[in-house]
Ligand binder design. Structure first.
Ligand SMILES: NC(=O)c1ccc[n+]([C@@H]2O[C@H](COP(=O)([O-])OP(=O)(O)OC[C@H]3O[C@@H](n4cnc5c(N)ncnc54)[C@H](OP(=O)(O)O)[C@@H]3O)[C@@H](O)[C@H]2O)c1
Length: 252
């Protein structure tokens, strides 16, 4: 009997880290289903994956529409017959001091990064196979608070605790739940920051590996946490930050 192709859903795959994850997983034999709002961008990522011989499909969907999330997984499982993994990568941010943020800022960040992560995962769980795995996108901001990113940091700290809590709550189904926590990765998300030489230099100086990260620096860890190679890993987080978090490079 031939083994069925492994199927994974990746949210926020229309660009940046999510698109890189989708590309990588497809190159490693996964049938990738991509979810984001921008249908045109999803189409371009799917076409590029297919051009390279991979298998990719997409569902244009706003993950904050939690009432309709089960329909996304019904549709995917009708086409695939099974689901092996979910990568909760979609995320957003608003800059600003907590003294000034608005309720709209709060809702904008928390709805995507926290509320949708819980309910999109809930919607996926009935379809995920017994040895399936979920990977959540945390951040170095899950541990540190960078000035002006308090709301985002709170949301990413929540992602870490939700990862641990989901890991406990679905362990009896054989499903593993882990997170990756990237450091400074150059994407559209933060492109404006890297245009400013003083900020780029600060990151490069304070990162032992001496550079910004790339989306490709994240993909291998996600693939590992989805695969049977991490079969005894759950509730964990892999930090991918070039050494930024555990170090303070002082001028000696
Ligand atoms: N870049 C970094 O330095 C960094 C570091 C640590 C963690 N992260 C995290 O990594 C993840 C990806 O970041 P990135 O840098 O690749 O960001 P990005 O380039 O801005 O991409 C964000 C992705 O999320 C999707 N998305 C946002 N809101 C959505 C919604 N309501 N429904 C569906 N999809 C939605 C976007 O797609 P549409 O606009 O098409 O919906 C897009 O594909 C985020 O969770 C981010 O917090 C990033």
């Amino acid at each position: 009997m031939t083994q069925a192709q492994r199927v994974v859903v990746v949210t926020g795959a229309s660009r940046g880290i999510g698109a890189a994850i989708a590309q990588d997983l497809s190159q490693h034999g996964y049938w990738v289903w991509m979810v984001a709002r921008d249908a045109g961008a999803l189409h371009r990522v799917a076409s590029s994956i297919r051009d390279q011989g991979g298998r990719a499909d997409f569902v244009p969907f706003d993950i904050t529409d939690i009432d309709n999330a089960p329909k996304v997984f019904e549709r995917i499982s009708q086409e695939t017959g099974h689901l092996d993994g979910l990568v909760n990568n979609a995320g957003t941010t608003r800059r600003g001091s907590l003294t000034e943020i608005s309720p709209e800022d709060y809702d904008g960040v928390m709805r995507v990064n926290v509320r949708s992560l819980i309910f999109f995962t809930q919607a996926a769980l009935p379809f995920i196979s017994h040895d399936g795995a979920i990977v959540n996108m945390a951040s170095l901001n899950s541990f540190n608070v960078l000035r002006g990113a308090g709301l985002y940091a709170a949301s990413k700290a929540a992602v870490l605790q939700l990862t641990r809590a989901f890991a406990i709550d679905v362990a009896d189904r054989g499903i593993r739940v882990n997170a990756v926590a990237p450091g400074f990765i150059h994407t559209d998300f933060n492109h404006a920051l890297w245009e400013r030489p003083e900020i780029r230099e600060w990151v490069e100086t304070n990162t032992p590996l001496g550079r910004l990260g790339r989306p490709q620096d994240v993909v291998g860890a996600v693939r590992f946490l989805l695969s049977p190679d991490s079969s005894f890993v759950t509730g964990s987080v892999l930090v991918l930050d070039g050494g930024f978090l555990p170090s303070r490079l002082w001028p000696l």
